[in-house]
Design a protein around this ligand. Structure first.
Ligand SMILES: Nc1nc2c(ncn2[C@@H]2O[C@H](COP(=O)(O)OP(=O)(O)OP(=O)(O)O)[C@@H](O)[C@H]2O)c(=O)[nH]1
Length: 412
């Protein structure tokens, strides 16, 4: 949760902002209506404030004095204004404000999005690759108020070296014409290895050729900016690209992991296991199923059932670091290990069962218990191995639950 200093005297705008902040769980506003109030808040809480959203014209500060005040406290500042003035805008951006936003219905959402983004930007690393020191400085000056971590390279080869040394870089701003390795060549080489969710690339060029943007994008850049550009244009493109990347990552995550437990879902578990099976070596697999789970739902409610599944999954993750773990659906889980024998896996499952009985997940609910079937062998299809383990699971249920059944004799 980050605290935002909001300085605004218009009751109408305040109402809109209050409503906007109510939708935000990560931003906590402190409202002031004048420069005098803001001075008191800044003197008292300066260390706890993260950023400021300020009205340019206040009754006791008609000429934007409030901006100088908050900037003296080094707070990233978004300025709200009722009238757009090109010269004023240039002055403010030069002073280092994050953005200059016109008071219109849509802009409040944009202003909050900026504040929200600032929090995440502190962990974002950008690389500016351009042979012109003036351009690098210009871009750095625009991006610095947005709190990004910024690294520079003065040619393509240097950029490549930095990217190899710092794989945590999130975004590359790359000029087209550079000595050594051109922007095009660099993008081509990078895209060969790095997905769009791993590195965002924005191309830059002063070259007037219209086809350049298309070529950059075809080589794998995510976007393109023609120089000279407005500071806001660069900021918006960077922000959009990061938002898009975050969304893509969230989609990738949702496609791979079960949303309740965070374990691999059936599809991802199958894919990862199939990769192990390509080595054609025997593996140990286990099918696990919670016992009388329906009763937990029926007697203690669905939320307790969910808590039971989460507790079980968290414990499973810790207990089997040498195995791939997946939630196949409902209260059914699976393990696959190329490192353990059927016997070792069975022993570990029995130890895990004893451990699990001591964990609580919902007041008054019975201890968790599960049955398991183990199998060891190799087949090109995971499905076959799971079916054989499932036969043993069926046996474990039939024999009274709360136990593990392993093959009588492990096949080679
Ligand atoms: N709370 C919760 N319940 C789920 C979820 N997925 C499946 N279930 C419930 O899990 C229960 C499984 O019941 P059954 O297949 O009869 O199995 P069981 O009660 O464990 O009985 P045995 O396997 O024979 O020991 C059903 O009531 C499902 O509705 C989930 O994500 N959350």
């Amino acid at each position: 949760m980050q605290t935002i200093l909001v300085i605004e005297d218009s009751p109408l705008v305040l109402k809109v902002l209050q409503h906007q902040f109510q939708q935000e769980s990560e931003l906590q506003p402190i409202f002031c209506a004048s420069l005098a109030e803001a001075e008191v808040v800044l003197e008292t809480f300066a260390g706890q404030l993260f950023a400021a959203l300020v009205d340019l014209h206040l009754p006791d500060a008609p000429n934007g004095e409030v901006v100088d005040l908050v900037l003296r406290y080094h707070l990233p500042t978004v300025v709200l204004t009722a009238t757009y003035d090109e010269q004023r805008r240039d002055e403010l951006l030069l002073k280092g404000v994050v953005d200059y936003v016109l008071k219109e219905s849509h802009s409040y959402t944009y202003a909050l999005r900026l504040l929200h983004r600032l929090e995440r930007n502190r962990h974002i690393k950008l690389l500016i690759a351009d042979d012109s020191a003036a351009t690098r400085n210009f871009i750095r000056r625009i991006l610095t108020p947005h709190l990004y971590q910024i690294v520079e390279a003065d040619d393509g080869l240097e950029a490549l070296r930095i990217l190899q040394e710092q794989p945590d870089l999130d975004l590359l701003l790359v000029d087209h014409t550079m000595p050594g390795l051109s922007g095009f060549e660099l993008v081509k080489r990078l895209r060969h290895e790095l997905k769009r969710t791993e590195l965002i690339i924005l191309g830059l060029s002063a070259d007037g050729k219209g086809s350049l943007s298309a070529q950059f994008i075809k080589q794998g850049a995510d976007d393109f900016l023609r120089k000279p550009f407005y500071p806001e244009e660069l900021n918006c493109r960077v922000m959009h690209a990061l938002d898009r990347r975050d969304l893509l990552r969230a989609l990738e995550r949702a496609a791979l992991f079960d949303s309740l437990t965070g374990l691999l879902n059936r599809r991802a578990f199958t894919e990862q296991c199939q990769q192990v099976l390509r080595k054609k070596r025997p593996v140990a697999v286990a099918m696990l199923d919670l016992d009388h789970f329906k009763r937990i739902n029926d007697q203690f409610g669905h939320a307790s059932g969910d808590a039971a599944l989460l507790t079980f999954a968290n414990a499973l993750r810790k207990a089997f670091p040498q195995a791939l773990q997946g939630r196949l659906g409902g209260e059914e889980f699976a393990l696959l290990s190329p490192l353990l024998s059927a016997e070792q896996l069975s022993q570990q499952l029995d130890r895990f069962r004893a451990q699990l009985a001591g964990l609580s997940y919902s007041p008054g609910a019975p201890p968790l218990s599960f049955s398991a079937g183990v199998y060891q062998g190799w087949d090109e299809k995971l499905e076959t191995l799971l079916r054989l383990a499932d036969d043993n699971l069926y046996q474990a249920k039939a024999d009274g639950r709360g136990r593990t059944v392993q093959p009588v004799q492990a096949p080679g």
